[in-house]
Write a protein that binds this ligand. Structure first.
Ligand SMILES: C[S@@+](CC[C@H](N)C(=O)[O-])C[C@H]1O[C@@H](n2cnc3c(N)ncnc32)[C@H](O)[C@@H]1O
Length: 408
């Protein structure tokens, strides 16, 4: 293995993986950019082997802190190793200074370089086709990409979403305001494509702010809708370009079904960090009231629209930071679901939970390191009753870990 920036910590050498030179596991690496792109790290392993490794690593983290995982049920996941991502962000740039226009991902360990990812296997063929048409359109015109160092140029990002179970597609081209694009002509080319799914919206967003992340300040052009819908566990969920939604729909469906099976009927459920309201709405039939709390206003708007669409009347949403909102005047919960971002729970949230002492906490995490950190404190008043993992991110090093905690 070739790694950079190796550090020794707790007797373990850690570093940034540059290349796998040799491996005891044989397998096929299908993507020609596997060695250049930072997205996949274990494409050369079978799904079964990938899950064994993830499981071993997560279990070791819990064992190290002596947190018993109660009735542990194993690693679940959908069977699709490829084409599972319902969202992809491509960046415009080039791979070598003065080189041709590329539309793809940042090169591993050389983030200034953009590789031309026309064939990323993690996304559906529809999204690859759309990427190719847009890349070709701007290459023909020799349009300049936005340079993050000089802040000059036009083309910034291409955000694509495709709902796996409805086939609805949303295309968002993000440019600076330094030049104009002929959005009508691009729209004509996109709508003429023969796709398995259906384009539901095409937007051109303007971003002049300096931050090199995918967002935009205003919409310069819109054809169709500014959202798509996904169908999960028999409900429809609205997804806007900016709102969080689990990126693997088939995997998320397994995650939500298994999560639901852990919950008994009750009065009040808090769905903290609720995103577009998926978990709370799927669990709403088991509770008299569901209260979702989420920082992102657009995600809450999506959750409210989905509740209307699903004829669900017992879900309420609060836009705000969980650490403040949980101290507000809201009905006490029987169950608190927490599904925080990778940073885990804010210390104030852990303290609030330890003061409130709800009978059950369901902790869903995409980062077992911060989950273990938070759960170490929660173990003062809770035990883990049941736990499992769901592999939402095949070929990457990530896994979702779910723990149902019961008050001692
Ligand atoms: C891992 S996602 C979970 C979303 C949702 N549970 C789902 O499965 O679709 C984490 C969510 O937390 C939100 N978030 C991040 N920091 C937050 C905070 N301090 N307070 C409230 N929500 C926050 C993000 O916007 C994101 O939607």
């Amino acid at each position: 293995m070739l790694a950079r920036g190796a550090k020794k910590k707790h007797g373990l050498l850690t570093g940034f993986l540059l290349e796998v030179l040799d491996t005891p596991y044989t397998g096929e690496t299908l993507c020609k950019d596997f060695r250049l792109c930072g997205g996949c790290v274990s494409q050369h392993l079978s799904l079964e082997k990938q899950r064994q490794i993830k499981e071993r690593e997560v279990l070791a983290l819990f064992q190290e802190k002596e947190i018993p995982l109660g009735q542990y049920k194993g690693v679940f996941g959908a069977e699709n190793k490829y084409a599972y991502r319902n969202k992809v962000d491509f960046t415009f740039g080039n791979q070598v200074k003065g080189g041709p226009l590329h539309l793809g991902f940042h090169q591993k360990a050389m983030r200034r370089n953009v590789i031309d990812t026309s064939h990323c296997l993690l996304v559906h063929q529809d999204l690859r086709t759309i990427r190719d048409v847009i890349a070709e359109y701007f290459s023909e015109r020799q349009a300049p990409f936005y340079d993050i160092y000089t802040h000059e140029g036009l083309l910034r990002f291409l955000l694509l979403r495709r709902a796996e179970f409805t086939g609805e597609i949303l295309i968002v081209l993000i440019i600076s305001s330094q030049e104009e694009v002929d959005a009508k002509e691009l729209e004509r080319r996109l709508l003429a494509l023969s796709l398995e799914g259906r384009i539901k919206g095409f937007l051109v967003g303007i971003k002049d702010s300096l931050g090199n992340f995918v967002d935009y300040e205003q919409v310069a052009y819109q054809w169709g809708e500014n959202f798509i819908e996904e169908q999960l566990c028999g409900l429809r969920f609205r997804i806007y370009p900016e709102s969080f939604f689990q990126t693997n729909s088939a995997g998320a469906q397994i995650l939500f079904e298994k999560t639901l099976s852990l919950l008994d009927d009750g009065e009040v459920l808090w769905d903290l960090y609720c995103g577009a309201g998926t978990i709370g709405q799927i669990a709403s039939k088991k509770f008299k009231k569901v209260i979702g709390i989420e920082l992102n206003e657009v995600a809450v708007e999506a959750a409210r629209q989905s509740a209307l669409r699903n004829h669900i009347v017992n879900c309420e949403y609060i836009v705000g930071d969980v650490k403040e909102a949980v101290e507000g005047n809201i009905p006490s919960p029987d169950v608190v679901v927490v599904d925080p971002p990778r940073a885990g729970l804010h210390p104030k949230v852990v303290q609030s939970l330890l003061q409130l002492l709800p009978p059950k906490i369901l902790y869903i995490s995409c980062n077992p390191k911060t989950q273990v950190r938070d759960m170490e404190q929660l173990m003062a008043s809770y035990v883990v009753e049941q736990s499992f993992m769901v592999d939402l991110y095949p070929n990457t090093g990530h896994v979702e870990t779910v723990c149902l905690l019961t008050r001692k």
